[in-house]
Design a protein around this ligand. Structure first.
Ligand code: BG6
Length: 470
């Protein structure tokens, strides 16, 4: 049999290669350097049982102390960019009061070290980590907290704007809405659809106000948002399945994608919320502000698709109102490729479908893949005799996604980079260290020792060659 021909997937010069993480997931030092508590510190203190193996946010990979070594390691792995987030509660411990000078010094040192190592900081302002003082005032449901966030964003631009040229207002703003007010996986874990809608609207407003502040003060660079765009695939072409998938898309993707990129909410979503009696409080001028302050750059996080079918049964009219009143998940689809550790489907073409959608329906806005990755449990199984994890499955995962990114690029999508999740194994919220995502492994039993995985070596080659052969 003839060997299959190999192809080299070449990416453009200056393509962004790197990874992303977040303050709470990597910094550690949760009670050091004058940091205030955020919802994760607080929840862990209250209910450590919720966290996998009882491991909380003070036990992360310790970037707070080890950033010098870690940034060198990023460079070694071919990163030309990395996305950390700033911890709001480290910079302003009570959310809307005094600025913590130790935090200013810390972040300035981090960003300067990154620049010295040719790793461009892509800085995210909000990654799921509401200061507890702000959550006690209502978190994203509160207008005061929106104003406190805009003040915080403005302080970040002032303090770090000379070093940072790429800013992001939020990471996955729909996730706190789901976690805090629908499904209970972020503190305070309430189930209240009205609050969910208000929190979502306020996060969009906060983002637009941050964009406005950034532009008004004439900072150099770009400001964007990072969204988890999860395509909603209908079970069939039956109108009922199509309608169900359309509604899921409205709730989970277009609720943020449309206002951040186009400056307006989808009409169908507004109608639906009106019909059901769940419109948020909108003040005069809000919609105009959102219209006039869209983002320059779109980060796309992609892990899995959403499979949707029409509801099998009439919803209980007395049950709390939830988005899945309008659809069911099509979990029984045959032949799905699954990541069993995370319970997420692996569907590589999804990344292409998103990129085509952004090109065709969102003005081909400059975009990049800002997260993509595979969390695997018990990776010690794959250690070789030299103590290196042989994570061929992860290399395969990246290659198969990158092929689709490459295709979208060839067809004209304005995609400028691929940052994976993530650099070093990090702490994953309630899952703590259950699943490992890193290009570098972290040995929790051996002083947080870092060891480059096989995928880390592969990533270095990928970046150095600006492409790969397969
Ligand atoms: C993304 C988040 O949704 O997925 C990260 O931006 C998160 O914060 C990552 O860690 C992987 O998901 P998880 O839940 O397995 O950590």
């Amino acid at each position: 049999m003839r060997e299959m021909e190999k192809k080299f997937y070449q990416f453009p010069k200056d393509f962004w290669w790197g990874s992303a993480s977040s303050a709470t997931q990597m910094e550690g030092g949760a009670h050091e350097g004058g940091k205030g508590e955020n919802i994760w510190d607080h929840w862990f203190k209250e209910e450590p049982n919720r966290f996998f193996n009882g491991v909380g946010p003070e036990n992360t990979s310790d970037f707070y102390h080890q950033y010098l070594e870690d940034i060198k390691l990023m460079k070694e792995l071919g990163h030309n960019s990395f996305r950390p987030s700033i911890s709001w509660s480290r910079l302003i411990p009570d959310g809307d009061g005094e600025v913590n000078q130790e935090a200013v010094d810390f972040y300035r040192n981090v960003f300067q070290t990154m620049l010295d190592n040719d790793v461009e900081p892509f800085v995210n302002l909000y990654h799921f980590d509401m200061p507890i003082a702000m959550q006690n005032k209502g978190g994203w449901t509160s207008r005061d907290v929106v104003n406190a966030y805009v003040r915080y964003a403005t302080i970040c631009f002032e303090q770090f704007g000379d070093l940072v040229k790429k800013w992001f207002t939020h990471n996955e703003p729909v996730v706190p809405v789901e976690g805090q007010y629908l499904y209970g996986f972020h503190y305070p874990g309430e189930l209240d659809f009205q609050k969910a809608v208000q929190a979502g609207f306020n996060a969009v407003l906060a983002g637009a106000k941050a964009v406005q502040a950034f532009k008004a003060d004439g900072y150099e660079g770009e400001i964007g948002v990072i969204l988890n765009l999860t395509p909603s695939y209908p079970r069939s072409q039956h109108p009922a399945d199509l309608k169900a998938a359309h509604i899921a898309d409205l709730f989970f993707n277009r609720s943020f994608l449309d206002p951040f990129v186009k400056g307006e909410f989808p009409q169908d979503l507004i109608e639906l919320l009106k019909e059901e009696g769940f419109m948020p409080i909108v003040e005069e001028g809000d919609l105009e502000l959102i219209k006039n302050n869209t983002v320059d750059l779109l980060g796309i996080n992609y892990y899995q698709p959403r499979r949707i079918k029409a509801k099998e049964h009439l919803p209980n009219p007395h049950a709390p109102f939830m988005p899945d009143r309008f659809f069911d998940y099509f979990n029984e689809m045959h032949g799905r490729k699954m990541n069993p550790y995370r319970g997420w489907e692996i569907y590589e073409k999804g990344i292409y479908d998103i990129l085509v959608n952004v090109r065709e329906n969102y003005g081909n806005i400059p975009c990049f893949i800002s997260e993509n990755g595979m969390g695997v449990e018990n990776e010690e199984r794959f250690l070789n005799e030299n103590g290196q994890i042989q994570d061929d499955y992860r290399i395969e995962f990246y290659k198969e996604h990158l092929k689709w990114v490459h295709k979208a690029l060839e067809e004209g999508t304005n995609v400028k980079g691929f940052q994976c999740w993530t650099f070093i194994d990090n702490w994953s919220w309630l899952n703590a260290y259950k699943n490992r995502y890193g290009l570098v492994s972290l040995d929790l039993n051996n002083n947080f020792k870092r060891t480059i995985k096989k995928s880390g070596e592969w990533y270095r080659e990928l970046s150095h060659n600006n492409g790969f052969e397969d």
